[in-house]
Ligand binder design. Sequence first.
Ligand code: COA
Length: 174
Amino acid sequence: MMHAGDVHLRPISEAELEQTRAWANDPELRRLILRVGEVTCADQQRWFERLQTDASRQVYAVIEAGQHVGNTGFYHWDKVHGRAEFWILLGHGSSRGRGLGGVVLRLMLAHGFNTLKLNKIFLHVGEDNLPALRLYEKFGFRRESLLREHYQIEDASVNVLGLSLLRSEYNGEK
Ligand SMILES: CC(C)(COP(=O)(O)OP(=O)(O)OC[C@H]1O[C@@H](n2cnc3c(N)ncnc32)[C@H](O)[C@@H]1OP(=O)(O)O)[C@@H](O)C(=O)NCCC(=O)NCCS
């Protein structure tokens, strides 16, 4: 369990799956997280079951003042190379646009670099997802790739940026 003030991150539980699925199927959010296609109950259940056995995936529910407002995690945690892919989704509209993303990212960077002993945290973000880009760059993430027209979402091509933050660049506070 990680926390800062009334924001807690704890391993996602089965009780949070239906809300998680609703966010994954929300058209506005889907575009931001570069996801295509409906997530069924069975898909969501399989995803959760995989979390129980796949140590390369760590997923946390974001709880603010007792309410489940989003999810975050690391995928592709590679212990040999010391890297993992960060992702975040604040699902409730009222949880976005007021700095909560920074609180969560700060906790996850500390977890990644200090607890998991990662050397590199990387992520992918749609080129037009300006709040996410601004957040990541504010925390020192650097652009390292541009994947041109990498996704076709709702008949539009989306360019994707690859960003990363190295242990040597992480200063622990932002
Ligand atoms: C991306 C996300 C984590 C950001 O968290 P947040 O708490 O909403 O972000 P903030 O309110 O702190 O905004 C981040 C920065 O973007 C800026 N910003 C917001 N909207 C903006 C816009 N349209 N253009 C440019 N900058 C913008 C904010 O001013 C802030 O910068 P500042 O701290 O210098 O003022 C959150 O909005 C989210 O989960 N979105 C949906 C899913 C998603 O996009 N996930 C990321 C996929 S890679």
